[in-house]
Write a protein that binds this ligand. Sequence first.
Ligand SMILES: NC(=O)c1ccc[n+]([C@@H]2O[C@H](COP(=O)([O-])OP(=O)(O)OC[C@H]3O[C@@H](n4cnc5c(N)ncnc54)[C@H](OP(=O)(O)O)[C@@H]3O)[C@@H](O)[C@H]2O)c1
Length: 343
Amino acid sequence: MAHTLVLAKQKALVLPEKHGKLVLREVDVPKPGSGEVLVREDAIGLNPIDYFIPETGLFVTLYPIILGWEAAGIVVQLGEGVSSVAVGDKALYPGVVGDGDRFATFKQYSVVPADLVSKASSMLLRSLTCIHLSLYLQIPDNLSVEQAAAVPVGLDTAALGLYAQPGERDGAGLSPAPWEAGGRGKYQDQPILVLGGASSVGQYAIQLARLSGFSPIITTASLKNAEYLKSLGATHVIDRHLPRDSVVAAVRGLTEEPIRIVYDAASTEDTHQIGYEVLESGTLVNVTIGHFIPEDKLTSEKHISDIFGNPYLPDRRELSAGLYKQLIALLSSGELKASHVLL
Ligand SMILES: NC(=O)c1ccc[n+]([C@@H]2O[C@H](COP(=O)([O-])OP(=O)(O)OC[C@H]3O[C@@H](n4cnc5c(N)ncnc54)[C@H](OP(=O)(O)O)[C@@H]3O)[C@@H](O)[C@H]2O)c1
């Protein structure tokens, strides 16, 4: 087993109980098992779910628990059988909460399940169990470790919302995805609306829509973000502070083609109503729990997809693996840019 010096104990932010407050505790450093690696975390991504869980008490039943869904750092130890990743490699990866805290990222070291699929196809490591798929990448030089740590959740949520097939937590089922054969430009000249384009999820949705060929790519945001969002691929930016009817009218004025995909990266009552009104038929992608459209208004022709951006889930495993296989190339070439904080 290759390794550098790793301490037996580490500091972790622990949520001790339902509705509790995070506390700093000393916990064991997990050992990477067969097909896994241990990563020293240098930056950790923060997400709305990290405060949503303590506030609402939802999602988690077993306490104490460690939260954190994404991070970046340096590989410090390899488990048995891992030969494609070296100690010292820079890495970014999604984590997952639960399962004894091994993969949660609010701590100094995390295990990343790492059953390597193919070195040539680069950087995708799978766990040995079917539940623990982990996606593991070497960070390109044009990305800081902080930017790298914030890639997985926003990107996975955008990507799965657009390209995952309908299922329990379904996506819009667009296919092929732009990282798959025949996916680039597949939706050429079809309009798309991305509500909340300045959010992290929204920035990735705009970029993926651009790679898929959508045009126009209409988004809503504060106008101070308009130029940046256009640099990512948005063709039109509508002021998100306008009244609902004005936003709907502005969108309708920008395309005569029917809008069949609305990605709602804000998912408020207002944005759900805008998305529903603008959608001719097709899918409104919702990123929050529940939605504001009455069920009797939804049909198989005009429906809502509730997305959970978790690439560990078995039904997205293949799609996510394909994305992570291409991600280094996309980030290195600048075809995909890590999201900026635009608050
Ligand atoms: N389902 C999942 O698995 C999953 C995963 C990750 C996130 N999410 C959800 O996705 C949403 C975005 O998360 P995030 O981390 O990407 O957010 P974020 O980066 O914190 O987004 C903040 C930005 O959202 C924009 N915004 C806020 N309200 C808006 C509205 N009513 N209309 C248009 N834009 C609005 C603002 O843009 P301006 O500065 O332009 O005003 C703000 O700067 C959250 O609801 C989050 O809970 C879901």
